[in-house]
Design a protein around this ligand. Sequence first.
Ligand code: SF4
Length: 357
Amino acid sequence: MGTPAFSSRRPANAAQPGAGTAALTDALHRPLRDLRISVTDRCNFRCTYCMPREVFGPGFAFLPHREVLTFEEITRLARIFVAHGVEKIRITGGEPLVRRDIEKLVAMLSAVPGLHDLTLTTNGALLKKKARALKEAGLQRITVSLDSLRDEVFMAMNDVNFPVRGVLEGIEAAAAAGLHPIKINMVVKRGVNDDDVVAMARFFQGTGHIVRFIEYMDVGTTNGWRMSDVVPAAEIVRRIAAELPLEPVEPDYYGEVANRYRYQDGSGEIGIIASVTIPFCRDCTRARLSAEGKLYTCLFTDVGHDFRALLRNGGTDAQLAAFLQSVWRVRDDRYSEIRTQETAHVRPKVEMSHIGG
Ligand code: SF4
């Protein structure tokens, strides 16, 4: 049995970025392929590792509606990003399902020519109500965050006492609506929910849903991150494999975030997102657009490039395209590779709730 050896992430034959397209590449030769669009900075949860209540309390100044991009503005930008190589759009937040009429945006984005993959990340609280409308609007698949199957742990982590049952019903509704695949994201924090890792794997084994275990990250500046709270990917795999034998799986595509493993008995697969212990900046193809229209070229930067000003001051598509090119071409982010360097992790960073994971 034993623990499977770690795949070195990128086999030589992993498909290189879009042969034949005039790919827009950055200073480290990484193409732009994956756009995460935050449609709101608000959320109905207060997860302690992302939006701690002490900071995001009743007095917190969220973005006023007039400052948030309209669905038309988002779709216009999406068309320009797709024309520069974006193949996948992930709708995020805050919590995207709290944005009114979100399915209208899904329909608009799903009609963007050349977009191959449209997905969304949600905490699942509103999914039971919204799943069918999202699917009918053109959403292909979905990712649901669920950090524990034990109410006392999960409710403490989301800090709004939302029960596990509510998220599971959302996942069931998403499956019934035909959203596929469904991925389940679990952020693993030592001493908080790491005892639930094997139970989570076992619960979704054989369901067709893919659990992705995420190393706890120093996102933003408000979650009090410590390296000692991180459960390394190797340990997560070891714990699961000790009870549910695993074998590594080759990446599906260039820039895939998760290390994939399948159960040796063929009952499904899991993923490990190891930004801390196995950085994947080398082939990071992701850009993030905040709800007020700023482009962030890394999850761990505080530099946002303002597209809204151009959008709202008569900027042409050509001007927006030129701005995008000027931003991406000089991009050299590789934070996770330098995180452990002395001062790296104390630098200012945008909050994850502001740009989505
Ligand atoms: S740290 Fe930044 S550059 Fe590295 S993988 Fe994450 S988003 Fe990409």
